[in-house]
Design a protein around this ligand. Sequence first.
Ligand code: SAM
Length: 194
Amino acid sequence: MPTDWEANYQRNETPWEKGAPSPGLVDFLRTEPVRGRVLVPGCGFGHDARALAATADEVVGIDIAPSAVKGARAFPNVGGERYEAADLFALPPRLRGCFDWVWEHTCFCAIDPAMREAYVAAVAGALRPGGHLLAVFYLDPGHDHPDEGPPFGVSQAELDAFFSPRFTLLREWLPQKAYPGREGREWMRVLRLS
Ligand SMILES: C[S@@+](CC[C@H](N)C(=O)[O-])C[C@H]1O[C@@H](n2cnc3c(N)ncnc32)[C@H](O)[C@@H]1O
C-alpha cells in the first residue's frame, strides 16, 4: 500500500523527524560549501534546506505533504530558502533543468523501490547540464522485508546500477557523523549528471 505521507504528518507520526539537519551534510558543508541553486526533494520540515541555505544562493525544498511544507515554513529563514508542495515525480517545468545541486536525504529510501528508476530520472531532470547530486543514502535501516514499508534499504551495487546510466560517480564515503542509531548505516556520494 502506498505511504500516505500527509496522513503521517497529520497524525504526528514522523519518526524520521530529528529536529536537526543530517549530520553528514553538516560535516560536508563545513569544508565544502554548496553554492548556486539547490533542490531538496522530500524536504520534510526543512532542516537540511536551512543548513544548505547558509551557503547556497537559493534552496527550494519540495514535499508531497502540504503539512511538511507548512512545518518547514514555520521556521525563520536563514537565507534564500523556500518551500513548495510538489511531487518529485511531476515537477513543474519551472523546477526542471535549473538546479546546480540536488540534495538527497531519506527521500530515495522513502519511495517505493519500484520508483527508483523514476527517481533517478526526476533528479536528472531537475539538474542543469553538469549539475551535481549530493546524497546520503540510507543503506541499511535495519529491516529488509519489503512489506515493512519505508525506509527501504539499498546496496552500493544497486546504487551503481540505478545511477550509472545518467550520473558519473565522483566520490563516496562513509559519513563520520550520523544521527544516533544510524551510525554505519549511511553512505554519502557526490555524482555529476553525465
Ligand atoms: C522519510 S521522510 C524524510 C523527510 C526529510 N528528508 C527528513 O529527513 O526529515 C520522506 C519525505 O519525502 C516526502 N515525499 C515522499 N514522496 C515524495 C514525492 N514523490 N515528492 C516529494 N516528496 C515526497 C514525504 O512527504 C516525506 O516528507
